[in-house]
Design a protein around this ligand. Structure first.
Ligand SMILES: Cc1cc2nc3c(=O)[nH]c(=O)nc-3n(C[C@H](O)[C@H](O)[C@H](O)COP(=O)(O)OP(=O)(O)OC[C@H]3O[C@@H](n4cnc5c(N)ncnc54)[C@H](O)[C@@H]3O)c2cc1C
Length: 444
C-alpha cells in the first residue's frame, strides 16, 4: 500500500465522500478544508458536508432518478448516504435531513478515521502529486484562478440563489395547512409540508410586487456576465418571464387541496422542515436575490406568512464549474494528468447527491491509481455511469451542470411504453449492471 498520503481538497459533499472511499481502502488522506478560517458566501459552520441551501436530498423511490442514484451510492458504501439515512426527517417521498446533525456525523466519521488527517487551510494552487479537487461551486478565488489557468477557461462560474428560512411558530395556520403533494406520505397523518394558499388576486399582486421590487445591485463584472442556472432561477426572474411562470413553477398547486375550501388554490407556497427539532421551515424553490427589506415585505404578502420571522434571507451566489467535456475523462481524471481528479459540483454534476457520486468514483479511482491499478469507468446503465458519461461527453460549447435524470440512460431494449414500468425497469437494469461491475471490478 502507498506510504505517502494523497490529497483531497474541500470537505464538502464530494470531498468528504472521496476521502472516506480512499481511507476505507487503506489509503492515507490529507483532507484540506478552508473553513472555518475562511468561509464561502453560503457556508456558515466548520462542519464537513454542510448543506448550503435546501436540506433535501430529493426523491427516495428507486423509480425516480435521484432515488436510483441514492441506491447506487448506498450499494457502494457511501458515507454521505449513511449519515443522511441516519439523520432523515419526515419529508413525504423525499430524503430530507437534520442539517446540523447530518454534517456533524460526517465530520466525526472522517475526523476519527485513522487514515484521515484534516488540515484546516485554504489551498491556493493545484497540488502536485495524487490529488482530488472537490472545492465545489464556491471554490475560493485564488484556487479558482489557478484552475481557470490550468483549464484555459476565462469564466469558471455562473449565478445561483438561496431560498429563505422562517420559524414554524411564525407561520399562521390556517390559512396555512399541512399536506404533502398527492399525499405522498400516506395521507393519514398531517403531511410533512406546510402550504400557504394564494387566490388569483393575491397571486397577481404578489407577482407584480416581485417585478417592481428592488434587487441587490450586481457588481460591474457580474452585470457583464449575468448567467443564471436555469434549474435554480430566482423568483423575481421567474416573475418577469410570464404572468403564470411561478404558478406553473415553484408555486404550482397540483396535488394539494385547501382544507378550508376542499379545492385546489390558484397557487401555493410550500415550506419544508429544515432542522431536526422541526422549528425551522424553508420556502421550497424560493431562491431570491431581492434586497433584504424587500424580501421581508413581499414574502409577508403570502397568506400565512404575514408575521413570518426570517432566520435566513435569500442571496445570490457564484457557481463554479469546469468545462468537463473538454477537460475530464469518464474516470474523472484530468485530461492530461493521470493523478489529478476533479469531483463534485465543480465538474457539473448538479446537486447534493450528484456531487456525492463524483466524490465516490474519484475516491475509488484515486485509490486504484496509487495502488497500481487502472481507474474505472462506470457502466452507463447505472445513474452514476450515465451522469459521468454526460458530463465528460456533452457538447463543450454550451455545457451546463446536469442533475441525475432518466433521459441520460441508454434506451431500454425492447422499449417499455408505460412510464412507471419504464422507470422501474431502468432501476432494475442499473442495479444488475452495478452488481456485475462491482463483482468484476471491485472484488480484487
Ligand atoms: C448557493 C447554492 C445553493 C445550492 N443549493 C442546493 C440545493 O438546495 N440542493 C442541491 O441539491 N444542491 C444545491 N446546490 C448545488 C450543489 O450540489 C451543492 O453546492 C453541493 O454542496 C456541492 O457539493 P461539493 O462537494 O461539490 O461542494 P461543497 O459542498 O460546496 O464543498 C466544497 C468545499 O470546499 C471548500 N473549499 C473551497 N475552496 C477551497 C480551497 N481553496 N481550499 C480548501 N477548501 C476549499 C469549501 O469550504 C467547501 O467545504 C447549491 C449550490 C449553491 C452554490
Amino acid at each position: 500500500m502507498r506510504s505517502s498520503p494523497v490529497t483531497v481538497v474541500g470537505a464538502g459533499l464530494a470531498g468528504s465522500e472521496a476521502a472516506w472511499q480512499l481511507a476505507q481502502r487503506g489509503i492515507d488522506v490529507h483532507l484540506y478544508e478552508m473553513r472555518p478560517r475562511r468561509q464561502t458566501e453560503a457556508h456558515h459552520t466548520a462542519d464537513f458536508a454542510e448543506l448550503v441551501c435546501s436540506n433535501s436530498f430529493g426523491a427516495q423511490a428507486p423509480d425516480r432518478a435521484l432515488g436510483m442514484l441514492k441506491e447506487e451510492l448506498r450499494a457502494l458504501d457511501s458515507l454521505i448516504m449513511r449519515c443522511a439515512d441516519e439523520h432523515a426527517l419526515p419529508a413525504g417521498g423525499a430524503l430530507a435531513v437534520g442539517r446540523s446533525e447530518f454534517s456533524r456525523a460526517v465530520t466525526e466519521a472522517l475526523s476519527n478515521h485513522p487514515r484521515v488527517t484534516v488540515i484546516r487551510e485554504e489551498v491556493t494552487d493545484i497540488p502536485s502529486g495524487p490529488c482530488i479537487i472537490a472545492t465545489g461551486p464556491l471554490t475560493s478565488a485564488a484556487l479558482s484562478k489557478r484552475i481557470a489557468e490550468l483549464a484555459g477557461q476565462r469564466y469558471l462560474y455562473f449565478y445561483d440563489a438561496l431560498a429563505p428560512i422562517v420559524t414554524l411558530e411564525s407561520i399562521r395556520m390556517p390559512p396555512a395547512w399541512r399536506q404533502s403533494r398527492y399525499d405522498r406520505d400516506g395521507g393519514e397523518e398531517p403531511g410533512d409540508y406546510i402550504n400557504c394558499p394564494l387566490n388569483e388576486q393575491e397571486y397577481r399582486a404578489f407577482v407584480q410586487a416581485l417585478r417592481q421590487a428592488e434587487r441587490i445591485e450586481l457588481r460591474q463584472f457580474e452585470k457583464e456576465d449575468e448567467r443564471f442556472f436555469e434549474g435554480c432561477l430566482p423568483i423575481e426572474v421567474l416573475a418577469e418571464r410570464g404572468d403564470d411562470a411561478l404558478a406553473f413553477g415553484p408555486m404550482r398547486p397540483v396535488g394539494l387541496r385547501d382544507p378550508r375550501t376542499g379545492k385546489r388554490p390558484y397557487a401555493v407556497v410550500q415550506l419544508r422542515q429544515d432542522n431536526l427539532a422541526g422549528t425551522l421551515y424553508n420556502l421550497v424553490g424560493f431562491q431570491t436575490n431581492l434586497k433584504w427589506p424587500e424580501q421581508r415585505r413581499i414574502l409577508r404578502m403570502i397568506p400565512g406568512l404575514e408575521e413570518a420571522q426570517f432566520v435566513r434571507l435569500g442571496q445570490m451566489h457564484r457557481n463554479t464549474f469546469i468545462n468537463s467535456p473538454k477537460l475530464l475523462r469518464p474516470t474523472l481524471q484530468w485530461h492530461d494528468r493521470d493523478d489529478l481528479f476533479f469531483a463534485g459540483q465543480i465538474i457539473g454534476t448538479e446537486g447534493y447527491v450528484g456531487s456525492t457520486a463524483g466524490g465516490l468514483l474519484a475516491g475509488i479511482n484515486l485509490a486504484r491509481l496509487v495502488s497500481g491499478r487502472a481507474p474505472l469507468v462506470m457502466p452507463r446503465e447505472t445513474m452514476m455511469g450515465a451522469l459521468f458519461h454526460y458530463v465528460t461527453h456533452a457538447e463543450p460549447a454550451d455545457f451546463q451542470p446536469m442533475k441525475a435524470n432518466f433521459g441520460l440512460l441508454p434506451p431500454l431494449e425492447p422499449p417499455v411504453r408505460n412510464k412507471r414500468q419504464r422507470y422501474r425497469r431502468y432501476f432494475e437494469r442499473g442495479q444488475e449492471a452495478l452488481r456485475r461491475w462491482m463483482e468484476r471490478e471491485l472484488a480484487s
